[in-house]
Structure formats: structure tokens, C-alpha cells
Design a protein. Structure first.
Length: 642
């Protein structure tokens, strides 16, 4: 019993020094920390995390001592009483990084002392940053925050900014980047951090608001750039508004001048009528006789009613008439240099006054056409800018645009089906379009034979009550005239027996006659206007099957001058007062006049002065009156039947 108590007391005495040493070590550590103001708690916490800080030494020493006291025995060769002791492995100091490497390893070392100092932890080597010369001035903000690294994005090596796309941002792993750079990186690199290769997503990008980081402050610059863009946009908008106001002002001034000129003329005419009524009547009758050598007062004649100036710069070319809108449209160049291009000017046929101008194409317009049976105000136009457009004359807006590979020369609507129209190309081909297909054409015609441009297109509506009942498309090229008979979804080609250098063709649907105009050539020295009657014959051996052979018979030929350089259009129209009679109207380039032939009498009826080469002619019926409009490159002459 006594021996047992002795053994117990002996073991207690062995444990007491270990506990005292641990308490003494903790006291020394706390004293050092309290007396050294240069030691940062963040460093202790960081080193404690890696197992090599001051508190790490303390707890390692404490628990190692307790383990020794608990498990050590008198017969244990490592017991302190036998001259052996357990020493903690001293921390290794990394000379390269200046940090203490952590270790949890325990090394058994042979010793010859039994002093309690053997259980003390080794003294901690503090990492002291050498002071910079200058008497304790603060470190550079960039190095203090980044540990000596350059304050730039590791992806693009450009400096961060405090605002904008390249502002400072980080991932959840803590690495810093420019926001735009790391956003692009995560999009294309599989979602990994460029620095540590850890998984990252775009949602992990965090914008940082650093205070001590050296960045380029671009807030004012970005704000200035935004203000500059706003000012540029405002200036551009102001210039556009000013240009529109100037154009409206010019148009208003022009209309005002026209009205003043018209008022002056009316006043002058009124004064002349009041002063010399008899003399004016005599002069008028003499003038009519001189201009109309073969006309008689019984069948009527055309007299000049209006002269409308379209554009002083010239280059007016074609026109079209819409009876439902009582509107005549004339092609002309843009009147403003700020809005270049070519468009149409609208003229009301109620009073023959110009109203509005609308730009449609970027190059010269070659042909325009309204649908003959549909009153929707849609104008079909083709031009040399390789586009075909449908424009609403009511809303003054382009509603559909088709692009072509080559410039187009002519266009016409399908009078039997409102959904189709045709466009004649420069290479001789004819494209068929369906307005329900807004991308491209649905069929090509005239793909074989001559490659000369299609100068004119005329659609022949089908009429089962007429002698020539077939419907189809008349294709007038510079060297030939063809007729494509419409048979359900197919077209059958018929070559018409006319020859010459074609300049224009016109089909009259009521009488089923065709007018073809030809320029002078080596075989024919003068301008010819041939009136042809369309006919067809069933060549099928089976009477129940229709297989038509279409052709034409030349009824009359009217000769004009010996000079024609322009592709001027001629027109065939019914006689205003005589049934079953027609009038042929065509321009005479050499005399700058408009010739009118009476088909019933086969003679020249009138010669009307136009003060320019006639390019296009249009017959107008409005208010129970018949007008004939002749277009030159600058002016429009309107003649009234009376």
C-alpha cells in the first residue's frame, strides 16, 4: 500500500513540471505579443491556419506535454526520467518566400539532458519587413495591396479601371481580373480560373470597390465620352431636322412662286379678255388651224391646257396614272443634295398641281406601273440600282423591295391575277414575281435567244368574247417582239412577225390591237409606228383540244422623222368621241413636238409643240374629260380634248 502511494506521488511530481512549463510558455507568448506593436494579428491568424503560428506553438507544446504525461511510464525508454525526451519538430523557415512552413510531424531525438527547458517551444522568428528609406513613410499603395505584383489584369496585362468594362473584379477563389477580360475568359475557356484553374462561373464574378489599389480612374472620361455621343446624336438629329425644314421651305417657296406666276397669267388673260375679246377669238382660231392642218371642228382636237415644270435639272423619264386616286406620278431626280436618289412627284389630275415628292431608288427609274384593276395605290417601279420596289402612294412609304442581279428596264402587273407582276431585265430575261413571296422571283421567262434588254413589257388580259382571246405577256426587246401565252402555270412562246429596232410597244385591250414603234435603221430610214391586230389559230388536230398559234397582222404603218436617239414611248388610245376608231400618239424628236394620227383616216391629225423631246405619253380620263400628258426631261405638257 505504501509503495502504491509512493508511485502515485512520483507520477504527480513528474506531471507538475510539464504543466508549469506550458503555463510559462503561454505567459511568455502573451507578453511578447502585448509588448511588440509591430506584430499584426492577421499574420498570427494566417500562420495559425497553416499550423505554424505562435498559438500553434503553444497548443502543440501543451498537448504534446499532456500526451507524454499520460502515456509515459517508468520503463518507457522515452520518459524524461531515463534521459530521453520528446521534442517538437522545429518549424522550417522558407527563405525564398519569407514565411514559416507548417508541419505536423514529430521527430524523436536522442538527448542527454532532463531539463524542463527541453519541452519549451522554439522561439518564433518574426518576419520583419525592412523599412524603406524615408523615415517610416507608408508603402506604395500598389505594392501594399498586391504584395509587390503589378496592378494590372493578368489576362490582358492592362491596368484596371475604377469604372467601365475593365473595372476591377474577382472570382470566388480571390484572384483579381478586369471584368470584361474574365467574362470573355469564362465564356470560352470551359469555366476555370486563369490563375489557379479552379472551377468558376460567370455568376461568380464579383465587382470590387478597392480603395488602396492603384487603378486608372476613368469615371470622368467615360462620362465625358457618353456626353460626347449624346451631343453628336443631338447634332445629327438637328442637322436632319434642319435639312428637312430647308427642303420644305424650298418646296413652299417654289409653290408660292408658281401660284404667283399663275395668278399673274390669269390676271393678264382676264385683262386681255375684257379689252379685246374679238381679237382673242380670232387669234385662237388661227392658232388651232396652224397647229392642226388636217383637223376638223366636228371630231374634236387636243389643245394645250397646262404646262407643269417638273425639274429644272432634267432627267425626268417615265410616268403612270391611277384613276382611283386621280393622281399622275412622274419620275425625277431628288431636288435636295442631302437626300440624293430618284423618286416620283405626285400631280393631282383634278387641278394638275404638284403635291409631294417621294424618294424611292438610288439610280435612274426606268419604268413605273399601277395595277389596272386594283385600286390599292401601290406603284410598281424598277430602276438601274438593281432593285424592284412596291410603293404605297397613299402612305408615301416603300412596302416591299426585291433585289435583282442586273439592272431592270421595264415592269408590268398581271391584269388577270393581282398577285403577280413581271420585270424585264438588261440581259433579256423576264422575271415573274409573286407578292406573297417577299424574297425572290418565282419563275424566269425568255431565257433563250436574244440577250438584248427588254425595253417594254405589256400584259394582254384574256377575253373569251374577243377574236383574240388568249392572255399573256408581250415582251419587247430591242431586236424582237415575243408573246408568252399564259396557260395555267406555264407560258407558251410565240414570236411575232415584226422587225426593227424597237423603242416602244402599247397594247389596247378593248380593240385587241398592238402598237409597235421602231427607230430608224439601215433598212428603214424613218421612224415607224406599226399598228398590228393580234390573232390566234388552233393548230391542234383534235377539235376538243386548244393549241393556239398566236401572231399579229400589220394593219397600218405611220412614218415620222429620220432622227430618234431616245427610247421614247408611244401610246394607242381609243378616239374620245368616235367609236371603233383609235388615235396613235408619238413624239417627234427632230421637231420637238407630239404627233397624233387618226387610224380611221390613216393621216396625221395634229402636231402639238412640246418644247422638248417627248419621252413618255399618258392618256388621262377624269371629270368626263380626256387629257393627253406629254413628258419631256424637264416639263409636262397637258393637252385637253375639246
Amino acid at each position: 500500500m505504501v509503495e502504491l502511494w509512493k508511485t502515485l506521488v512520483k507520477k504527480i511530481l513528474e506531471i507538475i513540471p510539464v504543466i508549469c512549463i506550458a503555463l510559462l510558455s503561454m505567459s511568455v507568448v502573451m507578453l511578447v505579443v502585448s509588448l511588440d506593436p509591430g506584430v499584426k494579428w492577421s499574420e498570427y491568424n494566417q500562420e495559425l491556419y497553416y499550423g505554424s503560428g505562435i498559438f500553434g506553438y503553444y497548443f502543440n507544446t501543451l498537448w504534446s506535454s499532456l500526451d507524454v504525461a499520460k502515456f509515459a511510464g517508468l520503463k518507457d525508454p522515452h520518459h524524461p526520467c531515463t534521459g530521453k525526451y520528446i521534442d517538437l519538430l522545429k518549424p522550417l523557415h522558407d527563405e525564398r518566400t519569407g514565411t514559416i512552413a507548417a508541419t505536423n510531424a514529430v521527430q524523436v531525438i536522442q538527448g542527454h539532458t532532463d531539463s524542463p527547458r527541453d519541452f519549451r517551444s522554439p522561439k518564433r522568428r518574426r518576419i520583419m519587413t525592412p523599412e524603406k528609406p524615408g523615415g517610416g513613410e507608408p508603402e506604395d499603395e500598389g505594392e501594399g495591396e498586391m504584395g509587390g505584383e503589378l496592378p494590372c489584369c493578368p489576362i490582358c496585362f492592362e491596368e484596371w479601371t475604377s469604372s467601365g468594362n475593365h473595372r476591377l473584379a474577382s472570382l470566388k477563389c480571390g484572384h483579381l481580373f478586369g471584368q470584361s477580360c474574365i467574362d470573355k475568359w469564362l465564356k470560352g475557356q470551359g469555366g476555370k480560373c486563369p490563375q489557379c484553374n479552379s472551377k468558376a462561373k460567370r455568376q461568380d464574378i464579383r465587382v470590387l470597390y478597392a480603395k488602396c489599389l492603384k487603378v486608372v480612374d476613368t469615371t470622368e472620361r467615360d462620362r465625358a465620352l457618353q456626353d460626347l455621343e449624346k451631343e453628336k446624336e443631338g447634332r445629327r438629329r438637328s442637322e436632319m431636322e434642319a435639312a428637312q425644314i430647308r427642303m420644305q421651305y424650298q418646296m413652299t417657296v417654289g409653290d408660292n412662286n408658281k401660284l404667283r406666276t399663275e395668278i399673274a397669267k390669269l390676271r393678264e388673260q382676264l385683262q386681255n379678255v375684257r379689252s379685246q375679246p374679238s381679237q382673242m377669238s380670232i387669234n385662237s382660231s388661227q392658232s388651232n388651224v396652224s397647229e392642226n392642218p388636217t383637223s376638223t371642228q366636228s371630231d374634236g382636237q387636243f389643245i394645250l391646257d397646262k404646262t407643269i415644270k417638273i425639274w429644272d435639272g432634267g432627267n425626268c423619264r417615265v410616268m403612270a396614272y391611277s384613276p382611283s386616286l386621280a393622281t399622275l406620278v412622274v419620275s425625277q431626280p431628288s431636288a435636295s443634295s442631302l437626300f440624293p436618289g430618284f423618286g416620283i412627284k405626285k400631280i393631282s389630275t383634278l387641278d394638275f398641281k404638284t403635291s409631294q415628292y417621294l424618294t424611292i431608288h438610288s439610280k435612274t427609274i426606268r419604268d413605273v406601273s399601277f395595277h389596272p384593276n386594283v385600286d390599292d395605290g401601290i406603284l410598281l417601279s424598277c430602276a438601274l440600282d438593281k432593285t424592284v420596289k412596291m410603293t404605297s402612294v397613299i402612305s408615301n412609304a416603300v412596302v416591299q423591295t426585291y433585289e435583282t442581279q442586273l439592272p431592270s428596264w421595264s415592269c408590268v402587273w398581271n391584269a388577270d391575277d393581282r398577285n403577280f407582276f413581271y420585270v424585264g431585265m438588261q440581259n433579256g430575261r423576264v422575271l415573274e414575281y409573286d407578292i406573297r413571296n417577299t424574297i425572290e422571283h418565282v419563275q424566269e421567262l425568255n431565257t433563250e435567244g436574244s440577250r438584248s434588254p427588254v425595253a417594254s413589257l405589256q400584259y394582254v388580259p384574256s377575253d373569251m368574247n374577243a377574236m383574240f382571246r388568249c392572255g399573256g405577256l408581250l415582251v419587247g426587246q430591242l431586236d424582237k417582239v415575243s408573246f408568252y401565252e399564259k396557260k395555267q402555270d406555264q407560258h407558251k412562246l410565240h414570236i411575232l412577225p415584226v422587225e426593227g429596232s424597237l423603242s416602244s410597244q402599247c397594247f389596247e385591250p378593248n380593240t385587241r390591237h398592238l402598237l409597235c414603234s421602231f427607230k430608224p435603221s439601215q433598212k428603214h430610214a424613218a421612224v415607224r409606228h406599226q399598228l398590228c391586230e393580234m390573232n390566234c389559230v388552233n393548230i391542234s388536230a383534235d377539235p376538243t383540244t386548244l393549241d393556239m398559234s398566236c401572231s399579229c397582222d400589220i394593219v397600218q404603218t405611220f412614218h415620222a422623222g429620220r432622227t430618234q436617239t431616245l427610247l421614247s414611248k408611244s401610246v394607242l388610245l381609243p378616239h374620245p368621241t368616235m367609236e371603233n376608231n383609235m388615235l396613235v400618239c408619238a413624239g417627234e424628236e427632230s421637231t420637238q413636238s407630239l404627233h397624233i394620227w387618226d387610224c380611221g383616216k390613216s393621216q396625221l391629225k395634229q402636231r402639238l409643240r412640246t418644247d422638248g423631246a417627248v419621252l413618255d405619253i399618258c392618256a388621262i380620263k377624269t371629270n368626263n374629260m380626256t387629257y393627253l400628258a406629254a413628258l419631256t426631261d424637264k416639263i409636262l405638257k397637258v393637252f385637253k380634248w375639246c
